[in-house]
Design a binder for this molecule. Structure first.
Ligand SMILES: [Zn+2]
Length: 70
């Protein structure tokens, strides 16, 4: 089921969005490519803990990013 991606320190279930520069993007607004890039560890991920402890607003839909529940 898993293992073919092999990301150190995270997988698809452990982040709620991504951050690059001043932008934060929720999972709903991430493109497939952005999702894959985040999973591979090339993009800063926002963990469930991070979005729970601090308010992040999605730069694309302007909704607050909430912890992702699979
Ligand atoms: Zn969004």
């Amino acid at each position: 089921m898993s293992g073919h991606i092999g990301t150190p320190g995270g997988n698809f279930e452990t982040f709620s969005g991504i951050a690059f520069g001043d932008e934060t993007v929720c999972r709903k607004c991430m493109t497939h490519e952005e999702t894959m890039t985040a999973i591979r560890g090339f993009t800063d991920k926002l963990s469930d803990d991070e979005v729970a402890s601090k308010e992040y607003t999605c730069s694309r839909c302007n909704n607050q990013i909430v912890p992702f529940k699979g």
